[in-house]
Design a protein around this ligand. Structure first.
Ligand SMILES: Cc1ncc(COP(=O)(O)O)c(C=O)c1O
Length: 410
């Protein structure tokens, strides 16, 4: 299937946008032994576009007619909407989720070589941004049920050079921010939320409902097209309650100055296009509905896959409102299951096959296989299945049928 679409070729997110003509409109059939082929993509952005084409086209045309493409009023409106949604004072849009993390780390003005704790089981950008900010990524293992940072492992990784922790809300479920926030307070660390996969996620912390991106010093979001809120290209944003941090971020994204050709800081070019902001603003009112549809799909899979002996469905902790950016199971003989799904055109992906402490580019950090057993085990067992909001009952049934039949043949 490689080469079928540009996103799959260009990005690590490997979504497959298969043509939809084969999709049956028939009644759900979670039969464990499907007989007809019915390809199901991992994500179907065409299906989402079809539900709101005229609104999106109009949003794009509005920017084209205005001929104002960089930052400006549309971006400001989008920032204000996201700040309201997350419940923070400031939202600063930028060019990508990667840049959101990088800009926050640069705004903290740490010393070269200062240490930032990150999980090894995440998308590369989490640790890549630390490295590119001139800081040292220090890995701490994950919790096996949520795939998120383990606060005890973070405590064990602290040194006198530790300055920050990046907690990733992987697959749409928030990391244990109660414990991580306490640890950050105790040790004077900046807690940064990598909320790239978790817009709209919530967690009850000490009895209070809290949004992803509103707990730490900063929350970092991505609007990559395959995200729960996806643009028509790259985009990112930082949320924060901190006036000073927001002011520095606003400078850093435009080469470090507020006044043209006067540079207080060495910043960079990391702005959100007005075109992206217009698309995202048009989509934002639908986000809550899409999230509910993802959660319904996840609940349906949880029930339908419960009898499958070799698949463990994802855990959603009771304090979390999980937004299911991915529906990620653990499977014994995962690669065999993957090959079977590939053969039958069922979209699936391994997020992520190689933990970051074992990446070639980080060899100089001196980590070895065996250092983070939970991350390594997860990398060998996980498989993400289609959970996008427009998934039909028949498609869900097909996915469950194909997942189940592979083991029936043992
Ligand atoms: C956990 C995580 N962090 C950071 C990023 C980086 O976001 P972007 O692709 O917008 O640079 C992503 C996006 O894929 C992500 O999933």
């Amino acid at each position: 299937m490689a080469g079928r679409n540009k996103i799959a070729d260009m990005s690590p997110h490997r979504v497959s946008l298969w043509p939809r003509q084969n999709l049956s409109k028939s009644v759900p059939s979670p039969s464990p032994s499907p007989t007809k082929e019915m390809p199901v993509p991992l994500l179907d952005l065409q299906a989402q576009y079809a539900t709101m084409q005229s609104e999106l086209d109009e949003a794009v045309l509005g920017v084209v007619r205005s001929q104002r493409f960089i930052l400006g009023e549309v971006v400001e409106r989008f920032e204000a909407e996201v700040a309201r949604l997350v419940g923070v004072k400031h939202a600063v849009a930028c060019a990508s989720g990667t840049d959101a993390i990088l800009l926050v780390l640069r705004a903290l003005a740490l010393e070269p070589g200062d240490e930032v704790i990150v999980p090894p089981f995440t998308f590369f950008a989490t640790a890549g941004a630390v490295w590119n900010a001139g800081l040292r990524p220090v890995f701490a293992d994950i919790e096996p049920d949520t795939f998120n940072l383990n606060a005890d492992a973070v405590a064990a990784a602290l040194t006198d050079r530790t300055r920050a922790v990046v907690a990733v809300h992987l697959f749409g479920q928030m990391a244990d921010l109660g414990a991580l926030r306490r640890l950050a307070h105790e040790h004077g660390l900046a807690l940064i939320e990598d909320a790239a996969q978790a817009i709209g996620a919530r967690q009850r912390i000490e009895g209070k409902e809290t949004n992803a991106g509103a707990v730490g010093a900063a929350g970092c979001f991505s609007f990559f097209p395959s995200k729960n809120l996806g643009g028509f290209g790259d985009g990112g944003l930082v949320t924060t309650r901190d006036d000073r941090l927001a002011a520095v971020l606003r400078k850093l994204r435009v080469h470090g100055g507020q006044q043209m050709y006067h540079h207080e800081l060495v910043g960079t070019n990391s702005r959100l296009d007005a075109l992206q902001a217009a698309v995202l603003l048009a989509k934002l009112p639908r986000l809550a509905g899409w999230t509910e549809a993802r959660r319904r799909n996840a609940g349906w899979y949880d029930r339908a896959l419960a009898p499958a002996p070799h698949v463990r469905t994802p855990t959603s902790r009771s304090e979390n409102y999980h937004v299911y950016h991915q529906y990620t199971v653990r499977a014994q003989r995962r690669d065999r299951l993957k090959a079977h799904l590939d053969r039958h055109g069922i979209g699936n992906a391994i997020y992520y096959p190689v933990p970051l402490h074992l990446q070639e580019c980080f060899a100089s950090l001196g980590y070895r296989r065996g250092d983070f057993p939970e991350s390594e085990r997860a990398a060998g067992e996980v498989l993400s299945l289609p959970v996008y909001p427009e998934l039909t009952d028949a498609q869900r049934g097909e996915v469950v049928g194909r997942v189940s039949e592979v083991y029936e043949r043992d």
